[in-house]
Write a protein that binds this ligand. Structure first.
Ligand SMILES: [Zn+2]
Length: 113
């Protein structure tokens, strides 16, 4: 097992959980604990990351995610990302900046192929 991939996987899981918790806190006014709906989404997202066969080549939040989520969850995670993505900078600047850089890199890579 490649350590770098596992690290990336862990990082992705942390980022997605953070996004969901921001979303839940602001939108559903939960306090510290995710509501049932968001907990289900979080569990699902983590499971997807665990199973993702493209971890090596993709970056977090790439189009890949959109393909492997089932439609219902895809809609939810999109909403969460739209909502929490811009807010991440206040909570976890380092994570947010890294996320932007990696997304840009990915875009460039896709354009070049
Ligand atoms: Zn919630």
């Amino acid at each position: 097992m490649d350590n770098k991939i596992e690290l990336k996987r862990e990082r992705e899981k942390r980022t997605v959980s953070l996004m969901i918790s921001i979303y839940c806190r602001k939108k559903h006014h939960s306090k510290g604990v995710l509501c049932d709906e968001c907990k289900a989404l979080n569990d699902y997202a983590i499971l997807r990351s665990d199973r993702c066969p493209f971890m090596e080549s993709k970056t977090f939040c790439s189009n890949c995610r959109v393909h492997c989520y089932k439609p219902e969850m895809r809609e939810k995670i999109r909403e969460v990302m739209r909502f929490s993505g811009p807010r991440m900078i206040f909570y976890h600047p380092v994570m947010a900046v890294r996320h932007v850089i990696e997304s840009k890199k990915e875009k460039k890579r896709l354009e070049n192929t």
